[in-house]
Write a protein that binds this ligand. Structure first.
Ligand code: MN
Length: 492
């Protein structure tokens, strides 16, 4: 178990006195709250809180987020309440902890239906309401994956499934690559043990074969870069993560030789300019493979990933991948901050976030630009920064469940009638009543996020009620109601 001092030392740049004291207070508070509780592994429960906080520190988050991570299971699992947390740590920390608790209650269900899964991810983000909540949930899940071995096989599979289908894609979009890779490898191990073992074995063998000429290439490049007076911050041979390696093997019909980036050399240099200079030097020394030069600095990946990649014919003509980036890019690639995806080019996400009018969309982009420059100027993640990051993109969105657990995506203010038409026109036309969370409600009831909506229909019913037009929210429901009314010659 990490002591407070060890935990604080995880941060590259130390916290100032005030912030360190705030984290220290949360550390003691959570330690006392969880006293006597044990995890299934036999360790004190508090170890889990610390591990979650550690990941948050690695992500570069501030003292409030780290405190919230330490406290994230306090209201749910101890005698102390959210109100206690609020009194001691203020409303921001309480808001985050509350979000973590709320999101923890969403029953995620392993499924294969893409639409369903996509809605699940959206709903998870919508209910989180603050990106820090999502990051804590990711850190929380990573630690739970690391201790999954204590659970039954059945539980292992269901948790690993959920991790792979919900948490991994979200972590990927948030640009926390290192955490995403770790979660993916852990899930892979439980979901497909045979292929996992096989991949580990193949990866080790292949890396052994490649170690010799990778080393030689590193030596030669170091020399060449020194001659050009380029400061090398770091240069390493690097092993791929197993799941990513396995996916590439599948893509290349299990031909290990075809996976060029299994062993890659990563060169870290001080500036962007240096990156391009290094690329030139690498290509002078070794022939590049046509079509394999990728400039993710000019054109970052949707999740914000930036780096130069090239595949070369290295020593003995062996194929090698070289990645060139700055320290900052390297750090962001592993523990990227939330700001990444805001200005990302991921269309499905953008559509979801920005399903708004054009002017609003542009206003939002301005806001994002401002935020980015402001963030780069100050270099810190202040409250103001986080406040502007609140997921109000979802303000206009509601996600509700069918009793079977399917997720229906609706606009804010939607009613059971909208819900019915979203399922099927026939369900809408024959709708006679609704229950929300097992309680009977009026058909004009306004659905809230996470509500379970159960509908009753009357098969004999011919037409919808024209009064519904007064309160339905979706254009879809409106037009279907009008259609049905016309067909039945009912004036409205
Ligand atoms: Mn937890």
């Amino acid at each position: 178990m990490l002591s407070l001092k060890e935990l604080l030392a995880v941060r590259q740049k130390p916290y100032d006195k005030k912030r360190a004291a705030f984290i220290s207070k949360a550390y003691s508070f959570a330690e006392v709250a969880h006293k006597g509780q044990k995890r299934m592994t036999g360790e004190p429960y508090f170890v889990h809180s610390i591990e979650t906080a550690k990941t948050l520190i690695r992500m570069g988050l501030g003292s409030k987020s780290v405190a919230a991570a330490l406290l994230h299971d306090v209201p749910e699992d101890t005698d102390l309440s959210l109100e206690n947390v609020r009194k001691e740590f203020g409303k921001d920390v309480a808001f985050i902890v509350k979000g973590v608790t709320k999101v923890g209650k969403i029953r995620l269900r392993g499924a294969t239906d893409e639409v369903y899964l996509e809605n699940l991810r959206k709903m998870f983000l919508a209910m989180a309401a603050d990106i820090r909540v999502v990051l804590i949930k990711i850190a929380d899940r990573l630690d739970n994956m690391k201790t999954l071995h204590v659970h039954s096989r059945e539980k292992q599979i269901s948790i690993a499934n959920e991790t792979m289908e919900v948490f991994v894609p979200i972590a990927n979009r948030l640009g926390v690559g290192e955490i995403k890779n770790q979660m993916e490898d852990l899930a892979f191990k439980y979901l497909d043990p045979e292929n996992y073992e096989d991949t580990v074995r193949r990866s080790k063998e292949a890396l052994n074969v490649r170690a010799k000429y990778t080393k030689r290439a590193i030596k030669e490049l170091q020399k060449a870069l020194k001659q050009e007076k380029i400061e090398i911050l770091n240069i390493v041979g690097r092993a791929k993560h197993y799941y990513r390696f396995y996916q590439k093997l599948v893509k290349h019909d299990m031909q290990v030789e075809e996976v060029y980036d299994l062993a890659a050399i990563r060169i870290i240099v001080p500036t962007v300019e240096d990156c391009y200079r290094v690329l030139g030097i690498v290509h002078q020394r070794y022939n590049p493979m046509i079509g394999r030069i990728k400039d993710y600095i000019s054109l970052p990946k949707p999740n914000g990933y930036r780096s130069l990649h090239t595949t070369i014919f290295g020593p003995e003509g062996k194929i090698l991948e070289v990645q060139i980036r700055t320290r900052k890019m390297d750090y962001e690639a592993e523990y990227g901050i939330a700001a990444h995806w805001i200005y990302s080019g991921d269309r499905s996400f953008k559509e979801l976030f920005f399903r708004r009018k054009k002017e609003e969309f542009e206003k939002q982009l301005d806001w994002v630009k401002q935020l980015r420059s402001w963030h780069e100027e100050t270099g810190g993640l202040s409250d103001e920064f986080w406040a502007s990051l609140k997921i109000d993109f979802f303000k206009n969105h509601i996600f509700a469940f069918t009793p079977m657990g399917d997720v229906i995506d609706l606009p804010e203010g939607a009613t059971p009638v909208d819900f019915a038409y979203a399922i099927h026109t026939e369900v809408g036309n024959t709708l006679s009543g609704a229950k929300i969370n097992q309680k009977i409600v009026a058909l004009s009831y306004v659905i809230r996020n996470g509500d379970v909506v159960e509908l009753t229909t009357e098969k004999k019913k011919k037409a919808p009620n024209k009064d519904w037009l007064k309160f339905v929210k979706t254009a879809h429901a409106k037009s279907k109601i009008k259609q049905a009314l016309k067909k039945n010659k009912i004036n409205f």
